[in-house]
Design a protein around this ligand. Structure first.
Ligand SMILES: C[S@@+](CC[C@H](N)C(=O)[O-])C[C@H]1O[C@@H](n2cnc3c(N)ncnc32)[C@H](O)[C@@H]1O
Length: 260
């Protein structure tokens, strides 16, 4: 297992899946990114279409969009997340969805297998996605932007993509990676929003669920955590500023050779 999958296996074992019960009230200025992603991915589904979701974790996000598709496969490197996914699939009663232990970088799936590939906060392997998608197929990626939880990371002095806030937007890097692999980028949409955690305990729980602050440790990080909470607490709760993005791209259909 990679470090990343080990982290997510610990999350699955501790919280019973990818999501913790940390309570927050979220305020979306640019729309709700998960809802926008669900809507776009659902609209691409047909009874003939095959959907591949990479980094599916506990599968709940995939199950929400799976109904219009004929065949749905979620892959992940964390066996514990996949066990949770099998349980949620059984509860949802969706037998056309399967979950498999596969590496997004080397899926082992045939060329042109999928009509749609989704990766929501999961890996982006542009070359492998291009190979596994059929011509005309679509890739939808949801990523974490460079401004995400910036004030928190500045307070801790570390974190995911630390100090990337003044560089090239991460969404543009993803778009470039996809176009370099031969895709035509059709959407690049940013979402800035605020989460207000109902208590410091809720934020503490959340920080154990995500890799925003690497190796987060409630005891060792207490001083930075308390400083952050004191600086950002308002009537609505403990504020965490988020920045996510959606990039969508299409693999061109094969170009017919022109006749002289
Ligand atoms: C942030 S979670 C994804 C959450 C999920 N997509 C959702 O929206 O609910 C990232 C997941 O990607 C998985 N992962 C990381 N690298 C991977 C790889 N190379 N191949 C497959 N899965 C991978 C991790 O194990 C983890 O479960």
């Amino acid at each position: 297992m990679t470090m990343d999958a080990e982290f997510y296996s610990r999350v699955a074992e501790r919280f019973g899946g990818y999501f913790s019960d940390a309570r927050s009230t979220d305020v979306f200025a640019d729309g709700r990114p998960d809802a926008v992603f669900d809507e776009l991915a659902t609209a691409l589904g047909t009874p003939q279409a095959r959907l591949l979701d990479v980094g599916c974790a506990d599968g709940r996000s995939l199950l929400r969009i799976s109904r219009p598709y004929g065949v749905v496969t979620g892959i992940d490197l964390s066996p514990s997340m996949l066990e949770c996914a099998a349980r949620y699939r059984a509860e949802a009663g969706l037998p056309h969805v399967t979950f498999e232990l596969r590496d997004a970088a080397h899926t082992g799936l045939p060329d042109g297998y999928a009509d749609v590939i989704t990766s929501r906060r999961g890996p982006l392997i542009a070359g492998e996605f291009e190979r596994v998608l059929r011509p005309g197929g679509v890739v939808m990626y949801m990523g974490i932007g460079e401004q995400d939880a910036r004030e928190l990371k500045e307070t801790f002095g570390r974190g995911q993509n630390f100090d990337s806030w003044n560089g090239r937007p991460l969404a543009d890097e993803v778009a470039l990676e996809l176009s370099d692999a031969g895709f035509v980028v059709t959407r690049n949409q940013a979402f800035l929003f605020e989460e207000f955690y109902h208590s410091p305990d809720d934020l503490n729980t959340f920080l154990h669920q995500v890799p925003i602050v690497d190796n987060y440790d409630s005891a060792a990080d207490k001083e930075a955590f308390d400083r952050y909470v004191a600086a950002v607490s308002v009537d609505q709760g403990v504020r965490l500023s988020r920045h996510w993005f959606i990039v969508q791209a299409q693999k061109p259909t094969a170009v017919e050779p022109s006749h002289p």
